[in-house]
Write a protein that binds this ligand. Structure first.
Ligand code: ADP
Ligand code: MG
Length: 461
């Protein structure tokens, strides 16, 4: 029952704070229940506990109250076994969390300072669990190389790509692997946001010396989501100095961001060029094969946890086809399906998918537009868009036009007359003819079949 309260509070919080803030600060909290008017949480690190207490404590309290649960305050406990040894061992378990909780209070803040400012590493994020496909093979290979150590070759390694494509996963995998190969080496992984927080704290507590010492004595520094420090001038400055000091000592640095260094607005030019001076690799949006591979690998894991749940063929293919946004959503969908199937004692089949994932499917229902189709098709065949719309009937123009009409009919919900109208005011019978023609050609002409498939994928990606 108490978890229901926390769920409602979270819903309220989500309306108040940004999704990002929520994911970074609220999501990692483990709600323990209410005792004597105190809402208790376990936070993964002292750092997160302190930060949430300072910045969101009152807000959380208010939301509890507005949900009808009066509490006097919120309290955070920390699993020290995780925050201190995340990089050393992978053996900390939930059980240990309960054993070694300690209170976070303002008093303990000065103690916290000496703890490695590492975010806990996720045990699931290893190279073993990383599925490789065309879109991420380069990023994966570069990460592997860096994790193998040896002479520093790419410094820094800069990984960039959209949300949920595996940047954080790869960074954690590098940290685990480095620790495994060289148990004594000093690895720091943290987000740019945490870097800034540490920096600001050091300024406030006049403790710059230990801050600098800490960051400049590591063997491997990883800073995740570096776009966060764009526009934050003094943090950038400090980051730049840290960066240079480490590169001078031939220490490895790995940075991630949601876009290429040159495209991060509000980042100083000298930093941009520093970031570009090593190897810059991007993670491309997933393709169908990669999504299916990831789903298969995750489904196997779920099957281990829910041996009673059966899944019919075609479900994973359907999901890989329909959910193309990001891997996190894909994982969430699968988790929900297994949990649901186990709860209601049903098998996972396409009907249940439609029912259970209606919201996710609706949200990722990407609407392909006729304009996009015309643009992509003309690009593909090296034509101008006006050629496609023109009355010209030469084969070199007419065939691509038919392909575009076919795609418009199969990928959008527009009616035949509407499609005709959008293709330079043609009759709906012309559209019917085009669709039939392409269907026919697809089965006898490999080139056409490939063109159509490729275009369909690009449009649906
Ligand atoms: P990013 O940091 O790029 O936003 P994450 O690394 O947090 O993305 O990945 C989001 C989720 O998707 C994680 O749970 C991660 O394990 C999973 N994921 C992403 N790419 C892959 C992959 N290639 N193989 C397995 N899991 C993946
Ligand atoms: Mg990330």
């Amino acid at each position: 029952m108490s978890n229901n309260i926390w769920e409602s509070v979270c819903e309220g919080l989500l309306k108040t704070v940004s999704k990002n803030e929520f994911n970074n600060w609220i999501q990692p909290l483990d709600f323990q229940g209410i005792e004597d008017g105190v809402a208790n949480f376990v936070a993964p690190t002292n750092f997160i506990g302190t930060w949430v207490l300072r910045n969101y404590g009152e807000m959380i309290q208010r939301h509890f109250i507005s949900e009808g649960t009066i509490i006097d305050r919120v309290a955070f406990h920390v699993d020290n076994s995780i925050s201190r040894s995340a990089l050393k061992s992978s053996t900390s378990s939930k059980h240990e969390i309960q054993k070694s909780v300690s209170k976070v209070s303002d008093k303990s803040l000065s103690e916290t300072q000496s703890v490695l400012p590492v975010a806990p590493l996720d045990k699931r994020f290893t190279f073993d669990s990383f599925v490789i496909g065309k879109p991420n093979e380069l990023a994966h290979a570069a990460s592997r190389r860096v994790a193998e150590g040896g002479p520093v070759t790419f410094n820094p390694l800069f990984l960039y790509g959209g949300v949920g494509l595996g940047k954080t996963h790869l960074m954690h995998a590098i940290a685990w692997e480095t620790q495994r190969r060289k148990p004594g080496s000093k690895v720091i992984y943290l987000s740019a946001e945490q870097f800034m927080y540490r920096f600001v704290q050091a300024l406030r507590f006049k403790d710059m010396l230990s801050f600098k010492e800490l960051f400049r004595s590591v063997d491997l520094l990883m800073v995740d989501d570096v776009q966060f420090i764009a526009g934050k001038d003094s943090t950038q400055d400090e980051f730049f100095h840290t960066f240079n000091a480490l590169v001078d000592q031939n220490k490895q640095i790995i940075i991630s961001a949601d876009r290429a260094p040159g495209e991060i607005d509000g980042l100083e030019d000298r930093i941009k060029s520093r970031l570009q001076s090593g190897l810059v690799v991007d993670l491309h949006p997933t393709d169908y094969e990669l999504r299916l591979g990831i789903l298969q690998s995750k489904a196997e894991k779920h099957a281990g946890h829910y041996p009673e749940v059966n899944m019919t063929d075609g479900v994973l293919e359907f999901l890989a086809h329909r959910i193309s946004t990001n891997v996190r959503v894909l994982e969430g969908a699968l988790t929900r399906l297994f949990a649901f199937a186990s709860l209601v004692g049903r098998e996972v089949n396409l009907d249940m998918v439609q029912e259970c994932l209606a919201d996710i499917l609706r949200a990722s229902d990407r609407k392909v537009t006729i304009d996009e189709i015309i643009r992509k098709v003309s690009d593909h065949y090296n034509l101008r868009m006006t050629d496609i719309l023109s009355p010209r009937r030469a084969r070199t123009v007419a065939r691509p036009r038919q392909v575009a009409m076919f795609l418009a009919k199969t990928l959008t919900s527009k009616s035949l007359p509407e499609i005709g109208r959008r293709f330079g005011g043609r009759d709906h019978t012309t559209v019917i003819h085009a669709v039939k023609k392409i269907e026919e050609l697809k089965s006898i002409d490999n080139q056409i079949a490939e063109d159509v498939e490729l275009l369909r994928r690009m449009l649906e990606a």
